[in-house]
Design a protein around this ligand. Structure first.
Ligand code: NI
Length: 186
């Protein structure tokens, strides 16, 4: 049980292309995941990627089995450990131009206090493995799809500000949403 320090944007370790996990169901892996869960919970995050605590591995966690306090209106995303993920947008590989993008607000534990409108695929398929090496294969949409795309971006050195197109909708949460009581950092 340990809450680890979350790296902030500007730290070069957030820009690395993470390495694949090669051994599953090891004590070391279980300990890392336990620390990540503690860290995500302490920060009330919707997800966390290993690079955010300085660990250069393709491992993300997200979701919870209860409502997220920071996103109380968001649907529940099942608590998931996702390793060596691959994301595709259905239709993308066939050059289907109807692949739909949607914009919504995002924040990031590595970019505290800020929010932006970020375009993401509306619907994705993601495959990968859990901590035991069992395969995961899900097709999801909405908030679930957004969280997965955000977290997996951390594995290729991308933070959400790098995805922003409209910088008039990028700013400090307390300035963007002055009426909100939900102003804690993310
Ligand atoms: Ni993030």
């Amino acid at each position: 049980m340990a809450v680890r320090e979350i790296l902030k944007m500007g730290d070069p370790r957030l820009l690395r292309i993470a390495l694949p996990v090669t051994q599953f169901d090891t004590d070391e892996l279980h300990l890392l995941i336990s620390d990540m869960l503690d860290t995500m919970q302490a920060a009330k995050g919707a997800g966390l990627a290993a690079p955010q605590i300085g660990v250069d591995l393709q491992l993300v966690i997200f979701g919870s089995n209860t409502r997220n306090l920071r996103y109380p209106d968001a649907p529940i995303v099942p608590k998931t450990v996702l390793i060596n993920p691959v994301i595709t947008a259905p239709g993308e590989t066939e050059g289907d131009t109807s692949v739909q993008e949607v914009e919504d607000w995002e924040g990031c534990l590595s970019v505290p206090g800020l929010r932006a409108m970020v375009p993401r695929f509306a619907r994705i398929r993601y495959v990968g493995f859990d901590q035991y090496g069992d395969p995961i294969d899900r097709t999801v949409e909405g908030f679930h799809a957004r969280v997965v795309q955000h977290e997996c971006d951390h594995l290729i050195g991308k933070l959400y500000p790098m995805r922003v197109r409209d910088f008039t909708r990028f700013g400090f949460a307390d300035a963007l949403f002055p009426e909100s009581i939900e102003l804690q950092d993310d």
